[in-house]
Design a protein around this ligand. Structure first.
Ligand SMILES: Nc1ncnc2c1ncn2[C@@H]1O[C@H](COP(=O)(O)OP(=O)(O)OP(=O)(O)O)[C@@H](O)[C@H]1O
Ligand SMILES: [Mg+2]
Length: 507
């Protein structure tokens, strides 16, 4: 019999996948009306234990006590009936259906004659979206939404099931500030109604703001459960990675070289309004802005993924017309996309195949395919960012979210490009691995490459970049030179990102 204070108690939970002990006798419990944060490095087992509670991973051992009774979590439906609702880390929306259809998939309201009641379904969807302050139209196809908007739809959908416990697996990783604010007020409301919230996030600041209790896993092991108000970020990190971390943003000094990329007056519909910038060898050029500022659109346009209306692109001083990504690659550019699931990885392929993807023509041509050498090289890349996997034969879909992101990085490091664009490279990545990714960017910088980083995290952008362009609504509203980065306050930079101020030259 469990302690009746708890809504749920999970004890000695173990889960094994072929070659991976994902959870080794871990514990987790939740009380009504709390935000219980689950923290751990990529691959620590956070999503796995929550998928046990939600009835997705049914191959577990250990005990679950739900409202004082021992239960077995046998299926998603059964757990949902009991009151467990989950927002998955990987999005599960069907792109060809509308927002409303996705929200009510398999349980559409019916008319008296047994047809789908479209009007009611759309109205119900509207009401749910309104309740989270979202203006996403309920009748558009999901394929037209940004990653952040898709996340909001998932949240609205989860709220449509009455629940006692709501699990949010990295809900804010792609949300705008405004959407994060709405989410936090929803969380407060649910708490006051006695709902227990499980909150998984790599944003440590956020955890301090809304967490009540915190449970830490490391490498499938239970480490500790503490009150959030009793600890600080350094202590959180130490428990999570098992060592002290001091320097989050190691900088290296390199004298910048020639302009490897220069972009003049790019325009694209209403999205990019006359944008100019350059990126030099031996430099990390940062693009800061709020979600929706046009940074992803800009790098996609430069990379030839989307057409531009007008503008000029120069590579090493020579004007080029980039009409496709293929062409951009041939010209020595690489783009690490923010949307790993749709643009970054082929989930059914193994890691070896994924890492080799951008190189397929090089590997096949000329000397013939040297499989062993290729695997060796891929393994070295995977080790350099510490991808957690039993082997490179593992399918990409079986990796934890953060480890998938690391594979996307390996894939592009494999191309030996001169201009490397990272779009939100550390989204969903734990602090330890973040430092490794910054290390890789620094190595590229030392090797004389032009590194471009798009980031929504101000501390990261200021900590890592040598120069920063700030964007707001499709325009560059600020240019921050190397000397200034240390001197501007965060408020000043945010002022540029919100369009409140402009600063159009360095110094
Ligand atoms: N279906 C699966 N098949 C094989 N291995 C799996 C499967 N699902 C998860 N794993 C492995 O189990 C371990 C724990 O993964 P989990 O997704 O729980 O990590 P996480 O803590 O959520 O990490 P992240 O912060 O990156 O999302 C990882 O090593 C992962 O590769
Ligand atoms: Mg996860």
């Amino acid at each position: 019999m469990g302690n009746s204070r708890y809504l749920v108690e999970m004890n000695d939970i173990s889960v094994e996948f072929p070659g991976v002990k994902a959870l080794d006798r871990v514990h987790f419990n939740a009380v009504p009306g709390e935000v219980h944060v689950l923290l751990g490095e990529n691959g620590a087992g956070k999503s796995t234990i929550m998928k046990v509670l939600a009835g997705v991973n049914t191959n577990y051992t250990g005990t679950i006590i739900w409202k004082g009774q021992e239960i077995t979590a046998r299926s998603v439906d059964e757990q949902r009936q009991r009151g467990v609702s989950i927002i998955f880390q990987e999005m599960n929306l069907l792109k060809n259906l509308t927002v409303a259809e996705n929200m009510f998939l398999g349980r559409q309201p019916l008319t008296k004659t047994g047809n789908i009641d479209w009007k009611k379904m759309n109205q119900d969807a509207r009401a749910l979206l309104d309740s989270i302050n979202s203006d996403i139209p309920e009748t558009v196809q999901v394929s037209a939404l940004s990653v952040g908007q898709m996340q909001m739809v998932e949240i609205a959908k989860a709220l449509s099931f009455h629940c006692d416990i709501l699990i949010m697996d990295e809900p804010t990783s792609a949300l705008t500030e405004k959407e994060v604010e709405s989410l936090f007020s929803i969380i407060q409301k649910l708490k006051s109604e006695g709902v227990a919230i499980v909150y998984i996030s790599h944003r440590l600041q956020e955890i301090l703001k809304i967490g009540d209790r915190l449970t830490i896993f490391r490498d499938g092991q239970y480490i500790n459960t503490v009150n959030v108000k009793d600890i600080d970020i350094d202590q959180m990190v130490a428990m999570m990675v098992g060592r002290e971390m001091t320097d989050y943003y190691p900088k290296v000094d390199v004298a910048p070289g020639e302009k490897l990329l220069e972009v003049k007056n790019i325009r694209q519909g209403t999205v990019l309004k006359d944008v100019s910038f350059y990126a030099r060898a031996g430099e990390i050029t940062g693009f800061y802005g709020l979600m929706g500022a046009g940074r992803t659109e800009l790098v996609r346009a430069v990379f030839g993924a989307d057409p531009i209306d007008s503008g000029e692109i120069y590579i090493k001083g020579k004007q080029v017309a980039i009409k496709s990504c293929e062409q951009a690659k041939k010209l020595g550019m690489a783009l690490l996309t923010e949307d790993r699931k749709n643009q970054g990885l082929i989930l059914e392929f193994d890691l070896n195949q994924n890492i080799s993807l951008p190189n397929l023509d090089t590997a096949m041509g000329g000397l013939g395919l040297d499989k062993n050498k290729e695997t060796e090289n891929n393994q070295r890349l995977a080790d350099s960012v510490r991808v957690k996997t039993p082997s490179l034969m593992q399918k990409a879909k079986n990796l934890s979210g953060g480890n998938q992101q690391k594979v996307v990085i390996c894939k592009w490091l494999n191309t030996d490009s001169d201009i490397i664009i990272f779009d939100e490279p550390t989204r969903g990545i734990d602090v330890g691995a973040k430092a490794e990714i910054y290390g890789i960017m620094n190595d590229l910088k030392k090797a004389g490459k032009a590194v471009i980083m798009v980031s929504s995290e101000l501390a990261e952008c200021m900590g890592v970049s040598d120069r920063i362009y700030v964007m707001h609504e499709g325009e560059i509203t600020g240019v921050i030179g190397t000397e200034e980065i240390g001197n501007l306050t965060e408020e000043q930079v945010v002022g540029l990102a919100t369009g409140a101020n402009k600063k159009m030259s360095e110094g």
